[in-house]
Design a protein around this ligand. Structure first.
Ligand SMILES: *Cc1c(COP(=O)(O)O)cnc(C)c1O
Length: 401
């Protein structure tokens, strides 16, 4: 498969392995723990890396391998490694690039569990972390020390959707000889390719847009052959957060519709954001597709559209926010994102509860901030549901007054 084909075509064809035995169109699920060698010599050659081929499920599986090839093609990288979860990918990728005594510069606002890992667990391993505002070039440069090895961020930032300039980060990383790592879960390769801007490693929670159907927990890291081999031979093989063949097959199936799904997620989200922005009970809408947003200027240059996720602030109290969310009839109160269903959650009490209150303030996560992952439903039905819940909340506020 040539890389010149359009993304829409690549999501369906690129990286597919050919089933020479039966010609199956859909990739078989190789549900096997181990692989038989013809003889001792072959087994030995495979262990020595002298012969290509599979050995044991934790070291590789044909269905999982196909997903890795497909993701490398979509993210414009040489290779990829699949994991049992997004956090499996985050932890294995970071630990393959860090050791005791090293320092890491990370974005102040991150996915909640990534923040917990960096801020609470890494200290136990003697890995030091500085959290900085990644929109501030000078602050990033000032945070880099002699022992800094890695720069880690997400864009847009979870959950406030602040957009970080990847070209700027890659340049800083190259100058200081750091490994740059981005979590591209929110955009997916359908909307942005960090490798184009010089980012070294690209992580995905495949649980989200890549799979897209709310029925798998999985993760992927994309990068150079050398980096992926290092991760596979150390923190993947020996720490063991591998993806199952069944889950790989589901993600492959999800990927085939990635482009069409993301297109609808984006167009729905744009209309929902415009509706919310005009609503008197909404203080602010953080959606990169809106001209009022901090990241709007990077649309077109860095990302192809605003995505399917937004965060908005309720004009009211914490109790009003709870009432609004509890009044929704179609949008489900649930964490996760990128599914066919519209999902709404309250970061301060849910995904970002690992943050201390001061840490939440620093990351711009208020008590009335709500995150919405806009689904694939008919957009007027989504807006209708939000409208009736906002009306119920408004009536409650009037009664309280
Ligand atoms: C969900 C998510 C993760 C973690 O992925 P899991 O598959 O749940 O382990 C990491 N980063 C971001 C941005 C996410 O949304």
């Amino acid at each position: 498969m040539t890389n010149s084909r359009h993304l829409d075509t690549k999501t369906i064809h690129a990286g597919k392995i050919k089933d020479n035995q039966f010609g199956a169109l859909s990739t078989p699920i190789f549900q096997t723990s181990t692989f038989i060698f013809e003889n001792v010599e072959q087994g030995s050659a495979r262990f020595m890396g002298e012969e290509e081929g599979f050995i044991y499920g934790r070291l590789g599986n044909p269905t999982v391998r196909e997903l890795e090839q497909r993701m490398a093609a979509l993210e414009l990288t040489e290779d990829a490694a699949a994991f049992g979860s997004g956090m499996g990918a985050v932890s294995a990728t970071l630990l393959a690039n860090l050791r005791k005594g090293d320092h890491l510069v990370a974005s102040a606002a991150l996915y909640g569990c990534t923040f917990a890992l960096l801020n609470h667990k890494f200290a136990d391993f003697g890995i030091e972390v500085s959290f900085v505002d990644m929109t501030n070039e000078e602050a990033i440069k000032a945070a880099i020390k002699d022992n800094t090895k890695v720069i880690y961020f997400e864009t847009p930032v979870n959950p406030n959707l602040v957009v970080i300039d990847m070209e700027m980060i890659a340049k800083i990383a190259k100058e200081a000889e750091l490994v740059s790592i981005v979590d591209n879960t929110f955009m997916s390769p359908a909307l942005q390719n960090p490798a184009e801007f010089g980012i070294d490693l690209i992580i995905h929670s495949a649980t989200k847009y890549l799979n897209g159907h709310g029925d798998v927990i999985a993760g992927i890291t994309c990068g150079s052959k050398e980096q992926i081999e290092n991760i596979k031979l150390t923190t993947l093989k020996d720490m063991g957060a591998v993806m199952s063949p069944q889950d790989a097959w589901l993600v492959i199936r999800g990927l085939k519709t990635l482009s069409v799904r993301v297109e609808r997620h984006c167009s729905n989200a744009m209309k929902v954001a415009q509706y919310l922005e005009a609503h008197p009970r909404i203080k602010q809408v953080n959606y990169p597709g809106l001209a009022s947003h901090q990241g709007y200027s990077l649309i077109g240059r860095q990302m192809r559209a605003g995505g399917g996720i937004m965060a908005f602030e309720i004009e009211g109290t914490f109790d009003d926010t709870v009432h609004f969310m509890n009044s929704l009839k179609m949008c489900s109160i649930a964490v996760s994102l990128g599914d066919a269903e519209s999902l709404i959650q309250h970061p301060a009490s849910m995904t970002h509860s690992p943050y201390e209150p001061e840490e939440r303030d620093a990351a711009g996560i208020s008590e009335t901030l709500v995150r919405l992952s806009v689904g694939l439903e008919y957009v007027e039905d989504i807006i209708g549901d939000l409208a009736q819940a906002l009306e119920s909340m408004t009536n409650r506020i009037k009664q309280v007054i």
